[in-house]
Unconditional design. Sequence first.
Length: 129
Amino acid sequence: MSKQIIQTPDAPAAIGTYSQAIKVSGGETVYLSGQIGLDASTMQMVNGIEAQIQQVFLNLKAVAAASGGSLNDIVKLNIFLTDLTHFARVNEIMATYFEQPYPARAAIGVKELPRGALVEMDAVMVLQG
């Protein structure tokens, strides 16, 4: 198996021992690391759940683009929320970033996330031809 490390300054730099994304095999499958609501230019958390959801999607979009794809190439999305009452807002905002057919996904309630984030998302992307 071959793997390519994906790194872009348009998404927050890794804050631990991980890569923003890894492209494997023939370059069709990309595993995107979890993104939280950090602004890539300041590395500071944006304020509030809505702003964090928006920022997470922008960060995923930047990593997807650096990998040669787009959000619409995501086939599996995992959403981690510290408060599941925000899930309806995630759905509303997600609909502005994705086109149908939407990716498979999971929503998981968690006690806490890095840097005090309210939401984190990771994804699996399959690039088309």
